[in-house]
Design a protein around this ligand. Structure first.
Ligand code: HSE
Length: 302
């Protein structure tokens, strides 16, 4: 039996659309066990089926990978354990499910796949690398796709531990599909230059720990101006972050979660923001998360 733990991720980080992502210390955990028969079953930790099998990305991915490598006859018992990553909130829940499915398949196939194979499969299934790569490797990662080989090229950014993520999760969902539909098909040269300059600045600000520079690094013109309208009262919340002079703020992935970056010693932030959250029309849950540097981990329990 294997126990697999996959972290949440926040993709884009402002200007790094479909490119940058960071793993966070919030996890989904599953276990999978090979059975003697060819029967495949899914059990939920609390006994209540939360998602039908055909919409359960862990099972769908697990079956897809087993079929792709000719392991159709393997039976298993899959247990969906502790799921801390909220669904359709922009924190990489689908990436986490896909990765859990691939790791589970890999265990059942006697670890046929390398980490790079897993990255490749996960990106193909998810459609973009910015959640799956940091979820597998941990840390903050830049990813791009080499067109000639279709390979995912990635590089890890030294993310300072002293920066913490204030993660604001609303009680409503926005699907990635809907959030991608609102994006324009074309952008002006000025918009492209904005994003190139900001994301370059962002990486160097983190490398040099120049946090004043960070404040200029998150402005995005590729997705946030279009998506902010899908997130109820997000403009108000972003204004509030600005007034608190945090290091920066951005939509997490495709939203609707919003993130503000602060230094660990910023003790005033929660005290001011919590009463403000009470004034909003929806319920927003604030989680203080740190970067996860381990990525997906597993433990063999037999
Ligand atoms: N880069 C993706 C997007 C992340 O913004 O659409 C969502 O999973």
């Amino acid at each position: 039996m294997i126990k697999i733990k996959v972290p949440a991720t926040s993709a884009n980080i402002g200007p790094g659309f479909d490119t940058l992502g960071v793993a966070l210390n919030l996890f989904n955990t599953i276990t999978v066990e090979k059975t003697e028969s060819t029967q495949r079953s899914v059990l939920w930790k609390n006994g209540v089926i939360e998602v039908a099998d055909e919409e359960n990305y862990v099972k769908v991915t697990l079956d897809q990978i087993l079929a792709q490598y000719g392991f159709d006859q393997i039976g298993y018992k899959l247990i969906i354990g502790d799921c801390q990553i909220p669904i359709s909130r922009g924190l990489g829940s689908s990436a986490a499910s896909i990765i859990a499915g691939i790791y589970a398949a890999n265990y059942l196939m006697d670890f046929k796949l390398s980490k790079e194979d897993i990255i490749q499969h996960a990106t193909e299934i998810e459609g973009h690398p910015d959640n799956v790569v940091p979820a597998i490797l941990g840390g903050m990662v830049i990813s791009c796709i080499d067109e000639a080989s279709h390979k995912i090229i990635h590089s890890t950014v030294q993310f300072p531990d002293e920066l913490h993520f204030k993660v604001f999760i609303p009680d409503f969902r926005v699907s990635t599909k809907d959030a991608r539909k609102v994006l324009p098909k074309e952008y002006s040269l000025a918009q492209c230059v904005n994003n190139i300059s900001r994301v370059s600045m962002l990486i160097n600000a983190l490398n040099t720990k120049d946090y004043d520079l960070l404040r200029f690094s998150f402005k995005d013109e590729i997705h946030e101006p279009y998506r902010i309208k899908l997130i109820h009262q997000a403009d108000l919340i972003m204004e509030k972050f600005k007034s608190l002079n945090t290091l920066g703020a951005f939509i997490s992935g495709a939203g609707p979660t919003l993130i503000s970056l602060v230094k660990a010693d910023d003790t005033e932030f929660d005290a001011i923001i919590n009463p403000f959250l009470e004034t909003l029309q929806h319920t927003w849950t604030l989680k203080s998360l740190t970067v996860n540097n381990n990525g997906t981990t597993y433990e063999i329990l037999e």
